[in-house]
Design a protein around this ligand. Structure first.
Ligand code: MG
Length: 174
């Protein structure tokens, strides 16, 4: 069975600026600890990585494809340099009001992974928003919220750093 980490991008792999658009290389900054964490999770725990990201209005005048590509290419190359590879990058480019079935937390984009090959017990969605946790719930796998929110529930965990996420998955794994 395949253990997969479904990773959010903005605010999870890279820092999300206050205006919420990472539209230039100057704004590209990785979340601390993400490289070492993903290396451990991929190499020691045999996880596959899938990126799942909502990019509101990507390809429109306000958010041109080229602007996104500059940042995304650099991101992917930097991760490759660290020997971290994504099996697939899934992008929804709609706005919330379009109510797309592919927009997180809806499962349209990840549906093809929800089959008998997926290890539902050991796969996770990791993200920084409640919509990421809702995605996990909709996929029937566990969710991990990267952040400082204080939320008590059995359905998901909150971790304040990537280091904590590795520890959480490590303990769950045994
Ligand atoms: Mg995010």
């Amino acid at each position: 069975m395949r253990k997969i980490l479904f990773l959010d991008r903005d605010g999870t792999i890279i820092k999300e600026p206050e205006d919420e658009q990472i539209d230039s290389l100057e704004k590209l900054e990785f979340v601390p600890g993400v490289f070492s964490a993903l290396k451990v999770l991929v190499n020691q725990f045999d996880y596959k990585l899938i990126m799942v990201t909502n990019q509101d209005g990507l390809g429109t005048e306000k958010y041109p494809q080229e602007t996104f590509d500059i940042v995304q290419d650099k991101l992917i190359k930097t991760l490759h340099g660290e020997d971290i590879k994504f099996e697939e990058v899934l992008i929804d480019r709609t706005f919330p009001e379009e109510k797309s079935p592919n927009r997180k937390p809806k499962i349209g984009l990840v549906k093809k992974y929800l089959n008998e090959l997926l290890d539902y017990e050991k796969s996770f969605v990791i993200g920084d928003r409640l919509s990421d946790l809702q995605l996990a719930k909709n996929m029937n796998i566990k969710g991990v919220l990267l952040g400082n929110m204080r939320l008590d529930t059995n359905e998901f965990k909150v971790c304040s750093s990537w280091k904590e996420i590795v520890e959480l998955i490590r303990s769950n794994y045994r």
